[in-house]
Design a protein around this ligand. Structure first.
Ligand code: GTP
Ligand code: MG
Length: 215
């Protein structure tokens, strides 16, 4: 999949306010500060597209970005040229938010994930530097219970040495395999260096092709 154009479309507080076009949609979730917004910018080659911050809790709404808008009056024929969405979600698990606030974000995120029909696949972002965190493992479990298709994206690969990178990923997958019979697909990325960009876009292309074929 190639990204020819990427533009910010709309921010929604609730899933029923999200755009109604039936385009394939790929959403990014994970703990606050894991690098969701940065990854969207890296994929789109535009560091001003999604708002990022070194302080956790930056993204507070469901943000839709339209990729490859169809030219006025033209309906693209090839699947590769059809429009699709990238969605930046607020992070979970930001401890400094009060309990009420946390619950509000959890409801926003969970209702989007459970109700958004256009959501083709959810990318769950994991900071490759860290030991597997309980909150993420529980989140995977919840996705499994609800039959949500997802893949893992390891972030911030530039922050560990090459040797450690492979070891950390292997360790993470080992912990996951205690929970899952079949491991989800995973991609290692860095928004700083662009590592993994082609892999993510190719994967989105493959999944889009699969879902449009079965329609
Ligand atoms: P919330 O919106 O608060 O949930 O956070 P987020 O997951 O969208 O994180 P964001 O993209 O805002 O990035 C958080 C911080 O991590 C920023 O300071 C980014 O510059 C940094 N960051 C994100 N990805 C990478 C990466 O791949 N490498 C490095 N070195 N820093 C990164
Ligand atoms: Mg963000």
């Amino acid at each position: 999949m190639t990204i020819k154009t990427a533009e910010y479309l709309i921010s929604s507080a609730r899933v029923d306010q999200c755009p109604s076009e039936p385009y394939p949609e790929y959403a990014f979730i994970g703990r606050s500060n894991v690098g969701k917004s940065s990854l969207i910018n890296m994929l789109a080659n535009n560091n001003k597209l999604a708002k990022t911050s070194s302080m956790p809790g930056k993204t507070i709404l469901i943000n839709h970005f339209l990729i490859n808008r169809a030219p006025e009056g033209k309906i693209p024929s090839a699947a590769a040229q059809k429009p699709w969405y990238l969605v930046d979600l607020p992070g979970y698990g930001y401890a400094k938010r009060g309990k009420k606030e946390q619950e509000k974000f959890e409801l926003m995120i969970s209702s989007y994930i459970l109700q958004r029909k256009q959501m083709t696949l959810l990318f769950v972002l994991i900071d490759v530097r860290l030991e597997p965190q309980k909150i993420d493992l529980e989140f995977f479990e919840w996705l499994g219970e609800n039959g949500i298709p997802f893949a893992i994206i390891f972030t911030k690969a530039d922050k560990v040495s090459k040797g450690k990178l492979g070891g950390n990923v292997k360790h993470y997958l080992k912990v996951l395999s205690q929970q899952w019979e079949e491991l989800p697909p995973y991609i290692v990325t860095s928004s700083e260096t662009g590592m993994g960009r082609e892999n993510v876009l190719n994967y989105i292309g493959e999944v889009t092709e699969m879902v449009t074929k079965t329609e």
